[in-house]
Design a protein around this ligand. Structure first.
Ligand SMILES: NC(=O)c1ccc[n+]([C@@H]2O[C@H](COP(=O)([O-])OP(=O)(O)OC[C@H]3O[C@@H](n4cnc5c(N)ncnc54)[C@H](O)[C@@H]3O)[C@@H](O)[C@H]2O)c1
Length: 262
């Protein structure tokens, strides 16, 4: 058994920036052939170009994870470029800060569509490809500590991340017989553009009074003494895409420096 991911063909959605970008960079450094898939075609191509310049193998493709035809086209392009699909990271997500009673139906649908339905479609379309290839394959979904605990000004976001954990468990049960591993990663407080938006949201909602206050407040007390860098998620991502995790499925791993102990 080898933990190598050399030559594996791997899609990472939402990888034009942030956590997805660091996951893709880590996978490429470990020898995988990666697809940088993002709704923002420019950041997808720029990230892929930087990986190639660093000696890795990457292509950038546009995708909207809420659109089944777009996801199908992404997988078809991956297979035509790399010959097969070995793993998909359903990582694309959005956040919104709103006090509980102010969340509208539109807010709910927007967040649930990207974070939950996008993961559903990603699992469905990747599993079809894996089964067509004869079975085997890795599905790794990005949930959150908000998939383990509900956070009040992020209620619909938390609900969407609990949904990711549920989809991970249900898909593990559905596809175990095809040797498809389905697991999730639950990051904590990660310094990305998403957290800048969350921090601004807390301030706009009158929940904090200065920049970075929410970020610092959430980060206080992290057992390992600091908030997360996106690169902190790369190692576990390589493991979950490798044969080293072949006997593991249906799990949602908390990688938060020690915030939520479950
Ligand atoms: N930053 C954190 O602290 C944190 C913590 C826990 C979980 N997460 C989760 O990690 C994932 C990545 O978060 P991040 O902090 O890197 O966010 P980010 O906003 O920095 O990056 C998200 C990326 O997803 C892309 N995207 C958005 N909607 C899309 C769609 N419909 N189709 C395809 N791509 C789309 C964006 O263009 C962007 O490049 C998300 O699922 C997020 O919920 C983040």
């Amino acid at each position: 058994m080898s933990n190598s991911i050399e030559d594996r063909s791997i899609i990472v959605t939402g990888s034009g920036r942030g956590i997805g970008r660091s996951i893709a960079e880590g996978l490429a450094q470990a020898g995988a052939r990666v697809v940088i898939a993002d709704i923002n075609a420019e950041t997808a191509e720029a990230t892929a170009a930087e990986i190639r310049e660093a000696g890795g193998r990457a292509i950038g493709l546009a995708v909207d994870v809420t659109d089944r035809a777009s996801t199908q086209a992404l997988i078809a392009r991956t297979v035509s470029s790399y010959g097969r699909l070995d793993a998909i990271f359903n990582n694309a997500g959005i956040a919104q800060v709103k006090q509980f009673n102010d969340i509208t139906e539109d807010d709910w649908h927007r967040v649930m569509d990207v974070n939950a339905m996008g993961v559903l479609i990603g699992i469905q379309e990747a599993s079809k490809q894996f089964i067509a290839q004869g079975g085997g394959g890795k599905i790794i979904n990005t949930a959150s500590i908000a998939g383990k605990q509900g956070y009040e000004p992020l209620a619909h976001y938390s609900a969407s991340k609990f949904a990711v954990v549920a989809l991970t468990q249900a898909a593990a049960r559905a596809f175990g017989k095809h040797r498809i591993n389905v697991n999730a990663i639950c990051p904590g407080v990660v310094a990305t553009d998403m957290w800048k938006l969350i921090d601004k949201g807390f301030k706009d909602e009158g929940l904090t009074s200065r920049d970075n206050e929410a970020f610092e407040g959430f980060s206080a007390g992290i057992l390992l003494g600091r908030p997360s860098h996106p690169e902190d998620l790369a190692g576990v991502s390589i493991f979950l895409a490798s044969a080293g995790s072949d006997y593991m499925t249906g799990q949602s791993l908390v990688v938060d420096g020690g915030m939520v102990l479950v």
